[in-house]
Design a binder for this molecule. Sequence first.
Ligand SMILES: C[S@@+](CC[C@H](N)C(=O)[O-])C[C@H]1O[C@@H](n2cnc3c(N)ncnc32)[C@H](O)[C@@H]1O
Length: 205
Amino acid sequence: MYHNEVEKLPWYYDALDNDLEEEIRILGVMTGRFLDLGTGPGTQAIQLSKIGYSVTGTDISEGAIKRARRLSNKVNFKVDNILETQLNEEEFDFIFDRGCFHVLAPENRRDYVKTVHKVLAKNGFLFLKCFSIKEPMTESPYKFSAKDISSLFARYFNILKIKETVYQGTLETWPKALFVVMKKSPSHIQPYADQLHFINLYLGI
Ligand SMILES: C[S@@+](CC[C@H](N)C(=O)[O-])C[C@H]1O[C@@H](n2cnc3c(N)ncnc32)[C@H](O)[C@@H]1O
């Protein structure tokens, strides 16, 4: 996939993702440790490093990382499967996932959420872009509603924003997408079922 004509991949976008750019402006923080998760062509990681962040770009694809390394020596590009990650606990202040989460198999989503929570520092931000259920394209990555996002992430993150937007790239019509801004919760909130389980254990039921 990343051997030739990378610039023609549907998700290829040379500039910084418009929604992330806007969010960074709102936050007003231009320094810190940024992970571009599933970096692919590396464009987002490179743009973030130009702003002044200390950037790591990871991808499961060796080909992608090999190619991205040739484009920038400012970004720390490395091969990493987020589902078996070698990244350290609390290693990043910010994570941007633009298109990795939405390609993962549904059975891996819970592990993904726990892992990104773990590698984010206290009060860290997760910026997520994924396809929206409003996108009519049939051959596509998985699609999500705001409710899907809440039910997957709310246990570990404060969801600050879920915005209907588009996924910028090389397609003639940019697919409908969600842009989600989340802040790491201090400790994950036990949902009702878990609480009940512990109460039952305590009561010996
Ligand atoms: C749709 S592409 C988006 C690439 C890049 N974020 C961008 O916006 O240009 C998704 C990327 O996620 C990577 N990916 C898929 N599964 C992954 C995993 N388990 N761990 C890390 N990267 C993964 C793929 O190799 C691919 O490069």
